[in-house]
Design a binder for this molecule. Structure first.
Ligand code: ZN
Length: 119
């Protein structure tokens, strides 16, 4: 199936958009999806525009891709013999929990900024 899986990284004032495009079988699709979604969860929030928009947009996009991938049948052994191991689900990867620490981090940055601008 032809899919485009996306990854977003916010770096304060810069942003990076990555994607993996191609006809993928279920195993490879899920493997790449899990990797890129986890990286977006970990790194997709570190610029203001990313936090407000691109982080969510990327995750939402990948969510739709995930639904399409799970409708595919399990792959038959591929002619090349190369089938990626899907690996652990996203929520069993520690990096997926970075967003839980976000409110604290952004609040710290905010107050630090406020405190330093009073001088
Ligand atoms: Zn494959």
């Amino acid at each position: 199936m032809r899919v485009t899986i996306r990854q977003h990284t916010g770096l304060l004032l810069a942003m990076r958009f990555s994607k993996m495009e191609g006809p993928l079988c279920r195993s490879c699709g899920v493997a790449i999806h899990r990797d890129m979604t986890t990286k977006t969860l970990a790194g997709g929030w570190w610029s203001p525009v990313s936090l407000v928009f691109f982080g969510w947009a990327t995750l939402l996009w990948n969510l739709f891709v995930h639904v399409r991938l799970t409708r595919l049948p399990q792959p038959s052994p591929s002619p090349t013999g190369v089938v990626m191991d899907p690996g652990r689900p996203v929520f069993r990867r520690p990096a997926a929990y970075v967003p839980l620490a976000l409110p604290a981090l952004w609040l710290t940055l905010y107050f630090w900024n406020q405190a330093s601008s009073t001088y």
